[in-house]
Design a protein around this ligand. Structure first.
Ligand code: SAH
Ligand code: SF4
Length: 392
């Protein structure tokens, strides 16, 4: 007897077999989520609606348990729970600075650790998010630069940092409670560990999730990506993310920038400035932030200030002066306060806003450039750092 041919029900055949172990839905784009739902047999005709519902549960309400998704049928919820999880990286330590800054030590898959920092200010609350464990670059004044790149973070681990901070701040909306428009976490800066443009796709997907209007819904104007100057990715950042851009400029001659920001040897000041000139138009944003770390006797002279304003002429810009934040073994000192003010004054008189960034969370090593995971073993040697700084 020949068996009757089995006609597969096309609506329930998985498109793609789930990988081994449950798939984490956090970090999937809408399209990724659609594919995942199709793969567990969600009928094609329903999938759009299911994506919308589940998206809202995860990113608007902050729900982690499928059982709580009450607008889905009970057996569908059970099926979701069988195949998927809604998981965030684990917070292994949380420190609070005297100034209210919170630093989270976050453990990701593989046991690696990154840091995320929440900085409350009067008119906003900014979350400083990491994009890599360590960094391939070796900026000689940066603590993260002393740590080798361990790996890129996934989109889920990047958006997960935003979600765990919202958990800690108690900021998910509550059903029935009127929406509070003032947000504790109102801005994101990609200024934690790592070079975000060397992990472009994951950063882009994570930021698209954060900006999605049905979820966390932060405006692209409240997100700033900071790059050391990965020139080929700058235009993509404008067109595919559209967030604000900050660039770690830090020097006014190639000789000095080569030492401070070694990526300058690959894309020098002139090449970088060319890429930056196009950014405001491509991203439809007003201006670029030039970050400038103030290092005593290295890049902080009046001449530097004057060269800086000449270099950036024609680019809508704000100059953010960052007093150097020391870390153990750092080969630099912070410029004196009068020097920083004199520098700011020259830039200001040339017509640029030149705020001096107040170091935040220094007592818990949470200030700019102080992050690194103390537990990581993959360290660059002192000799490597000194060589990069041109001191070896
Ligand atoms: N990798 C990206 C983003 C992370 S760093 C970048 O380099 O732009 C965020 C900012 O802090 C950068 O401008 C960086 O140059 C600056 N920074 C690094 N170490 C610092 C330190 N010790 N003191 C002050 N600023 C520092
Ligand atoms: Fe990496 Fe940025 Fe630090 Fe340079 S300043 S080493 S690019 S994290």
């Amino acid at each position: 007897m020949t068996a009757a041919p089995i006609t597969p029900d096309v609506t329930t055949v998985p498109r793609r077999l789930p990988e081994s172990g449950p798939v984490n839905l956090v970090g999937l784009t809408r399209e990724g989520l659609r594919q995942a739902l199709l793969a567990i047999g969600t009928p094609e005709a329903q999938v759009r609606m299911r994506v919308g519902q589940i998206w809202q549960w995860i990113y608007h309400w902050g729900v982690r348990d499928f059982a709580a998704m009450t607008n889905l049928a009970r057996d569908y919820r059970a099926r979701l729970a069988e195949h998927f999880v809604i998981a965030l990286p684990e917070v292994v330590a949380r420190q609070v600075s005297a100034d209210g800054t919170r630093k989270y030590l976050v453990r990701i898959a593989g046991g690696h650790e990154v840091e995320t920092v929440y900085i409350p200010e009067e008119d906003r609350g900014t979350l400083c998010v990491s994009s890599q464990v360590g960094c391939t670059l070796t900026c000689s004044f940066c603590h993260t630069g002393t740590q080798k790149l361990v790996r890129n973070l996934t989109a889920g681990e990047i958006v997960g940092q935003v979600m765990l901070a919202r958990d800690d701040l108690g900021e998910w909306p509550k059903p029935g409670v009127p929406k509070d428009e003032t947000r504790l976490l109102s801005n994101i800066v990609l200024m934690g560990m790592g070079e975000p443009l060397y992990n472009f796709e994951a950063v882009r997907d994570a930021m698209r999730i954060v900006m999605d209007g049905e979820g966390i819904a932060l405006s692209r104007r409240r997100i700033t990506l900071s790059t050391s100057g990965v020139v080929p990715e700058i235009a993509r950042c404008a067109t595919e993310i559209g967030c604000l851009l900050a660039v770690s400029f830090h020097a006014t001659t190639d000789a000095v920038r080569d030492r401070l920001v070694p990526i300058n040897r690959r894309w020098n000041i002139a090449t970088l400035l060319n890429a930056l000139r196009d950014y405001p138009r491509l991203s439809n944003s007003e201006r670029i932030t030039f970050e400038y770390v103030m290092l005593k006797g290295v890049n902080d002279s009046d001449e530097d200030a004057r060269r800086l304003v000449q270099l950036i002429a024609g680019i809508p810009a704000k100059i953010n002066l960052i007093p150097f934040n020391p870390w153990p073994g750092a080969p630099y000192e912070r410029s004196d306060w009068e020097r920083i003010e004199a520098f700011a004054d020259i830039v200001h008189k040339a017509g640029y806003a030149s705020p001096i960034r107040t170091p935040r969370g220094e007592d818990i090593m949470a200030a700019c450039g102080q992050l690194r995971s103390a537990t990581e073993r993959a360290r660059k040697s002192r000799a490597e750092i000194a060589a990069e700084a041109g001191l070896g």
